[in-house]
Design a protein around this ligand. Structure first.
Ligand code: NAP
Ligand code: MG
Length: 403
């Protein structure tokens, strides 16, 4: 069989611990036998980040801007315990944060559904894609405790030096205050990323805020989404047969629970933080969550939503058998290869991505799965396999469909 040719390299970002092991295995077992893989390789493993003073992360993000599509392995975000473990020069920032800042992107998370893993909400038969605005609000706040007898005001000093003031509260007793902000530009980028990704996936967009209570702040989000939609996306959505729908956050929460899934739920920063954890848990397993960072100008970076699975890695290092779920990492690869295929007009590459995804799902639905799924699957003929045997089982099915 001739291997599928690529015309533009994929930006490949390697990572850490158990996912780094899986990364190599996925390439060796599932990708390279079928695809003449062209990638520009960046090692974002902590050792290399430390060696290069994290320049490698910046280079990888810039390469992603240049080529348009990247696939990333999970990486360690160092904490105090990692300083001696990796002999670090400093506590390097989260690579995901660095990359997101350079690409100005939004992260979309969607679960992979398989028979035998039933969501806690039984009506959810299609994935719910969560989009979280990752700028401002309470994550960049200023807070103070206030002593009784104090008066708190919002004060803005304008470019001409004049001041605009507004009373927050006249404190008769002790209390607290908080100042938060957001930027029209960031909200606009978020809106465009959501609309672009919805068009790409052919799914409706739901967006919700608390604009009835927050009549200026949250209302600005609502207005910016509406303005950008009307001016740039209305026709494209009509053509694609999808909808943009705005509602109050309370109403959105109720509708999500009653829905069958199959749409994007765009959330403000805090709503996205907590709701993405709820959605991930309700769909069954963090190891079955995909994640893609999309910039407003249409650059894509695919990854798994989970981390480096540290506990399994230490077992692996001791020579013990592991049963780590590679599904979300496989789907990061298929997402990236499919996108590359679409951009470069290589239908065989898109077809390969479809077949690899189908083979992965079929393996689990045939009852062959890793320990995390084995614990929750309702299939009767289920069998727990180790990390590598799962990949080999996927390859048996993939080879059949590629033949
Ligand atoms: P984690 O790696 O997601 O693992 C948390 C636990 O979830 C694991 O211990 C495991 O449970 C289970 N799990 C997650 N993924 C799994 C998989 N693929 N297969 C089977 N079980 C899986 O999160 P963490 O332990 O909090 O973080 C470890 C490292 O990952 C940290 O250094 C963190 O900075 C990094 N991290 C990176 C990213 C990223 O790059 N996107 C995201 C999150 C965290 P059991 O141990 O009970 O089996
Ligand atoms: Mg959270």
């Amino acid at each position: 069989m001739d291997k599928i040719k690529m015309t533009t390299p994929l930006v490949e970002m390697d990572g850490d611990e158990m996912t780094r092991i899986i990364w190599q295995d996925i390439k060796d077992i599932l990708i390279c036998p079928y695809v003449d893989l062209q990638s520009e390789y960046y090692d974002l493993g902590l050792v290399k980040r430390n060696e290069t003073d994290d320049q490698i992360t910046i280079d990888a993000a810039n390469a992603t801007k240049k080529y348009g599509v990247a696939v990333k392995c999970a990486t360690i975000t160092p904490n105090a315990a990692r300083m001696p473990e990796y002999n670090l020069k400093q506590m390097w920032k989260s690579p995901n944060g660095t990359i997101r800042a350079i690409l100005d992107g939004t992260v979309f998370r969607s679960p992979i559904l398989v028979k035998g893993i039933t969501p806690y909400i039984p009506t959810w038969t299609k994935p719910i894609c969560i989009a979280r605005h990752a700028y401002g609000d309470v994550y960049k706040n200023t807070e103070m405790r206030v002593e009784g007898g104090s008066k708190a005001e919002l004060c803005v000093t304008k470019p001409d030096g004049s001041e605009e003031r507004s009373l927050i509260f006249d404190f008769k007793s002790d209390g607290v205050i908080q100042g938060i902000h957001n930027l029209d530009k960031s909200i606009g980028s978020f809106a465009r990323s959501c609309f672009n990704y919805a068009l790409d996936q052919k799914i409706d967009v739901w967006f919700a805020t608390k604009d009835t209570i927050s009549k200026t702040y949250d209302h600005r989000f609502k207005d910016i989404f509406a303005e950008i939609f009307e001016a740039e996306y209305k026709d494209k959505f009509e053509e694609a047969g999808i909808e943009f729908f705005y509602t109050l956050i309370d109403d959105a929460v109720a509708r999500v629970i009653r829905s069958e899934g199959g749409y994007m739920w765009a959330c403000k920063n805090y709503d996205g933080d907590v709701m993405s954890d709820m959605i991930a848990t309700a769909f069954g397993s963090l190891a079955m969550m995909t994640s893609v960072l999309v910039s407003p100008d249409g650059v894509y970076e695919f990854e798994a939503a989970h981390g480096t699975v540290q506990r399994h890695y230490y077992k692996h290092l001791k020579g013990e058998e592991t049963s780590t779920n590679s599904v979300a990492t496989i789907f990061a690869w298929t997402g990236a290869l499919r996108k590359r295929g679409e951009l470069d007009k290589i239908p065989e590459l898109c077809d390969f991505a479809d077949k690899l995804e189908a083979a992965t799902i079929k393996t689990i639905e045939d009852g062959v799965m890793t320990g995390d799924l084995y614990l929750i699957s309702t299939l009767e003929n289920k069998k727990k396999v180790n990390t590598k045997d799962f990949l080999n089982a996927v390859n048996e099915r993939l080879a059949e469909s590629m033949a």
